[in-house]
Design a protein around this ligand. Structure first.
Ligand code: AGP
Length: 607
């Protein structure tokens, strides 16, 4: 959701900026732009893909070595070139790119208009550019600082001024910014991916910090204009990890990453001998863990379906009542939190605005708040008092796949760890760990079904609606399968716990309404089978995800795909992969933009 890139060094900035924007494409955007210090500031913007911007630039000679760039996801004002960033102020000497929302932009605009400023766009960002211009007295950082003191809202901001050609000023409040430190060159971006090819050394700007980046280095200040020292950190991800590695789409690559990244998630964290898991980041003593009376899992979208699997695991293994709360609801409904409540915030990006707000609310109310997060150094990771990285690696497709799997993996590990302190026996703990260690092989077996699933998707791609059914721990799997299908293929789809069908949804059943049902050999098998018989009687076409060897179910369905058996609690780690592949192939067959579905952003940093 909007992306910022900046470069200051000795190489031509333009190719680095354009390449950086491409790395941020996964966040979602509808226009892009770039501004480079080239004697004067040269700016170019275009609606649509970065290719349109690159096309416009191909015959220009811009050799400057300092510049900023932006991908915009429209909030204030339509998708037009005028509204695309970067934005100039009046005199063409000051230019900014901004993520976030300036809430009081209307009153600021009125004031600036009365001072004679004229505006060319409908954006809140342009207002901020003019506000900085008004405050500019020869020092860009001070002007930014003074201007920001007058705004309400959120920002990740980069600014340049033609009078100070070797300087970029960056500021953050609520919208992430990372500064990369190379050999005599510096990078600024919304996350580390644009700089991975050049450097692994980064500092993360915190809320309320302003950085002044020049050839001689980076100086960081707080809003009181005090110089502060920043820690330089090493990023583990390499550039290659962020590429497609021969797959047609990032999503397909990321689906296939799952056996490996699952191993990364559990490596060094499971203990077969003791039948338990060790997740040190929890920062709680055994006694504190035993004292927990309630767990609340807060998340959005796919992460919330992973959380629903987590609920089963925590309740079954640890015997701790567990709730799943969608973060956008949690933050406003005055949740009941005590000092015996443990809240986990679950997020791939670690930047989701609703989840972050829910974290702050839970902390305010005195809960233990921990993160289950993918992006290292992200805001949620830093604002929680501990937690665990899921080690899924960069997830660039908007549709989350491997992050779901690793979120589930980590919650199961936590549930085992809590369970072993309370009621799980050594033998059960050992069985679980052993079964977990077998999961990558089972995932590989599912991935081998890729071609079969593609044929299936071809057969069903003409339908306009879909219904996913599951029970027990496979109900969240059904929800996630449905979520994947709608977000990338735009096919209307719903998911229900199969036992609910007779209370309303049965009315929808017809030959035009196919059902994708999960019927695996677990404790709810017989119940689920009866539910499917009822669907069959109403003539909906049925696809079944079934357990290898269960030949008897063939009479129930049009199509059956078999997956390997595992312990019931671990079934989502196997079954979800098949539904991800189904959604992927449906979207490809229908010609959709799989990695960047319409109207969606990877990192939802606004409410
Ligand atoms: C997943 O496919 C979606 N793009 C979306 O639901 C996502 O899971 C949600 O926005 C939460 O994101 P987060 O995990 O980065 O917090």
């Amino acid at each position: 959701m909007c992306g910022i890139v900046g470069y200051l060094g000795k190489k031509p900035a333009l190719p680095i900026l354009i390449q950086g924007l491409r790395r941020l494409e996964y966040r979602g955007y509808d226009s892009a732009g770039v501004a480079v210090m080239n004697g004067e500031i040269v700016r170019m913007r275009a609606v649509g893909k970065i290719d349109s911007l690159a096309d416009k630039l191909k015959d220009t000679k811009i050799e400057g070595t300092v510049g900023i760039a932006h991908t915009r996801w429209a909030t204030h004002g339509g998708v037009t070139e005028e509204n695309a960033h970067p934005h100039f102020a009046c005199d063409g000497k000051l230019v900014i790119a901004h993520n976030g929302i300036i809430e009081n932009y209307r009153e600021l605009k009125e004031k600036l208009t009365s001072l004679g400023h004229t505006f060319k766009s409908e954006t809140d960002t342009e207002v901020l550019a003019h506000l900085i211009e008004v405050n500019y007295k020869g020092d860009l950082r001070l002007a930014v600082e003074t201007a920001l003191a007058q705004v309400r809202g959120t920002y990740g901001l980069v600014a340049m001024h033609a009078n100070e050609p070797n300087k970029i000023v960056a500021a953050r409040l609520g919208s992430p910014l990372v500064i990369g430190i190379g050999e005599g060159e510096y990078f600024i971006a919304s996350d580390a991916t644009p700089m991975l090819a050049y450097t692994k050394k980064v500092t993360f700007l915190e809320d309320g910090e302003i950085a002044e980046i020049g050839l001689e280095g980076v100086r960081t200040f707080n809003l009181r204009d005090e110089l502060i020292s920043k820690k330089v950190e090493e990023i583990e991800w390499n550039d290659e990890q962020a590429q497609k590695q021969g797959y047609d789409h990032f999503m397909l690559k990321e689906i296939h990453d799952q056996p490996t990244v699952f191993e990364d998630a559990i490596r060094g964290r499971v203990d077969l001998e003791e039948g338990t898991a060790h997740l040190g980041g929890l920062n709680m003593t055994d006694d504190q863990m035993r004292s927990i009376e309630r767990i609340v899992l807060i998340a959005c979208g796919t992460a919330s379906y992973a959380a629903m699997v987590g609920k089963y695991a925590f309740e079954r293994l640890a015997g701790i009542p567990t709730e799943v709360d969608v973060a956008s609801e949690f933050r406003y409904r005055d949740p009941i939190i005590t000092d015996k409540t443990l809240v986990f915030a679950i997020s791939q990006s670690g930047e989701t605005a609703d989840t972050l707000a829910a974290v702050r609310e839970a902390k305010r109310k005195g809960a233990y708040v921990r993160g289950i997060v993918n992006v290292v150094g992200s805001t949620i990771a830093r604002e929680t008092d501990g937690g665990t990285y899921i080690h899924a690696g960069p997830e660039l497709a908007v549709a989350s796949t491997k992050a779901f799997t690793n979120m589930v993996a980590i919650m199961i590990l936590y549930a085992i760890q809590f369970g072993r302190l309370k009621r799980v026996t050594l033998a059960t703990g050992q069985r679980l760990i052993k079964a977990l260690l077998e999961i990558p092989e089972k995932m590989n077996q599912v991935l081998k079904l890729n071609d079969q699933i593609k044929v299936l998707a071809e057969k069903y791609s003409g339908y306009k609606d879909f219904l996913f059914l599951g029970r027990g721990i496979n109900f969240p799997v059904a929800l996630e399968g449905s979520h994947k299908l709608k977000e990338i293929s735009y096919i209307h789809s719903e998911a229900y716990p199969a036992g609910e069908m007779k209370h309303g949804v049965n009315a929808l059943l017809s030959p035009e309404f196919p059902i994708f049902a999960i019927l695996v050999k677990d404790q709810l098998y017989e119940k689920m089978r009866s539910n499917i018989e009822e669907v069959k009687a109403r003539k909906s076409p049925i696809i079944l995800l079934a357990t290898i060897g269960d030949e008897a179910v063939k009479e129930l369905a049009e199509d059956v795909i078999y997956v390997p058996d595992t312990m019931e609690l671990l079934e989502p780690l196997v079954n979800t992969l098949l539904l991800q592949l189904f959604a992927y192939h449906m979207a490809v067959i229908l010609g959709k933009d799989v990695d960047r579905p319409r109207n969606l952003a990877k990192s939802v940093t606004v409410e």
